[in-house]
Design a protein around this ligand. Structure first.
Ligand SMILES: *Cc1c(COP(=O)(O)O)cnc(C)c1O
Length: 392
């Protein structure tokens, strides 16, 4: 695709633009197909049929042979429905939840809330590469454990988690397994059956769909308590008139992304690897986070020791290069990334992280632009930094 942006956007793990083919697929549902799918006249039934087809298609895109898909208002809502919905409906069996130290706040803060409600949560640590510590995970399992929630890939580092290994264990023990798969949607294949996943969260705006729409896959036999009460939409699990255009757009976006996944991930990985190699070559005192672990092909998270991520972002911003430091959700706060701290990165270095996440419109000219500027930016910031050893 031609790059028609007059800036260099390298923050696709935060959000993506909407693919024009997705906009085209959605448009009729704001126009002639506006009818409420719950009404009984024929124009409503037509919309209902389209929705049912989209739902079935989504199941097959997720590699699911059974169960159902509930459409929600996004990834955060799906995480909340999965976790709160499951533990409230199943708390007679136990009140223990296992999660990790690197989850997105939509999972992490939901678990903190549940601790206040009387649930017990174990946060399993990760290795220095950012991968769930499987030995610690096994040791955390208890007779009263009812739910495991471990993300599929981390939004900051791109590190992919051992889902099939976790799923094998939870299935054997009869414990439900939820995964926040928001970051892998459209990037690597999703296989809920093969992984023994019971609940899976996705969000459309991370794979060229619209914002404010997500879904939750629910395996057959898994019971949830609804978190939004009202009408009987979405199998009585999520009340409210369906966001028909967004649902159609989400399924179209995932189908498109899956269709071009193999070549596109190879292409983006090429750009990522090019940038990574140049940073290693041109900038001393750096850490590539998650290096050596399986990583999403589009993500590069790097620490420039002795500088602040915010400073680098400001300079990049002046040159119309948009990246992030830590995650978008925590920028504005001065705390360093909880993900990097969990990987054992010291506080003073965790502040110096930059995340570049590539997408469909990026080309080698974007990489060249960053390579031409970044070493100079880091040198300049270090020359002013009291932390830089040469200055002390
Ligand atoms: C973006 C993101 C979310 C939140 O999704 P929204 O649709 O923005 O609510 C949740 N988990 C992960 C891993 C994410 O990257």
């Amino acid at each position: 695709m031609e790059n028609n942006l007059d800036f260099t956007y390298l923050d696709h793990n935060a959000t993506t633009y909407v693919d024009p083919q997705v906009i085209d697929a959605m448009a009729p549902y704001w126009g002639v197909k506006f009818a409420n799918p719950s009404s009984i006249y024929d124009i409503s039934q037509d919309v209902r049929t389209d929705l049912d087809m989209a739902r079935t298609k989504m199941l097959s895109l997720l590699g699911a042979s059974n169960g159902k898909v509930v459409f929600t208002g996004g990834g955060s809502e799906s995480d909340n429905l999965a976790i709160k919905g499951f533990v409230y409906a199943n708390q007679k069996k136990g009140k223990h939840i296992i999660t990790s130290t690197i989850e997105h706040h939509a999972v992490g803060h939901t678990c903190e809330f549940l601790i206040k409600q009387g649930f017990d949560v174990t946060y399993v640590p990760v290795t220095t590469q950012g991968v769930l510590d499987i030995t610690a995970f096994k040791a955390a399992l208890r007779p009263d454990t009812i739910l495991v929630s471990i993300m599929a890939a981390n939004n900051e580092t791109g590190v992919i988690q051992p889902l099939s290994e976790i799923g094998r264990i939870t299935k054997e023990k009869g414990i439900a397994f939820h995964t926040d798969a928001v970051q892998i949607g459209g990037k690597i294949p999703i296989e809920v059956d093969a992984w023994n996943v019971d609940l899976l969260t996705l969000s459309a705006h991370k794979f060229y769909g619209p914002k404010g729409i997500g879904c939750l896959y629910i395996r057959k036999g898994i019971r949830l308590q609804p978190q939004i009460h009202g009408g009987s939409q979405e199998f009585d699990l999520r009340a409210g008139t369906e966001n028909t255009a967004a649902i159609i757009g989400m399924v179209k976006a995932l189908a498109l992304a899956n269709g071009s996944m193999i070549e596109e991930s190879k292409r983006e990985q090429g750009l990522r690897d090019h940038l990574e190699a140049a940073i290693k070559r041109d900038i001393p005192e750096i850490i590539i986070n998650g290096q050596g672990a399986p990583r999403l092909p589009n993500t590069l998270n790097v620490i420039m020791k002795y500088v602040e991520g915010e400073g680098m972002l400001l300079y990049l911003n002046m040159n119309k290069i948009y990246a992030s430091s830590g995650s978008a959700c925590t920028s504005g706060s001065l705390d360093p990334s909880h993900v990097l701290l969990a990987m054992g990165i010291p506080h003073e270095f965790a502040h110096g992280s930059l995340r570049f996440s590539f997408g469909k419109k990026n080309t080698d000219s974007d990489v060249k632009k960053v390579i031409a500027l970044l070493p100079g930016i880091v040198r300049q910031l270090r020359s002013m930094s009291p932390l830089w050893p040469e200055n002390s």
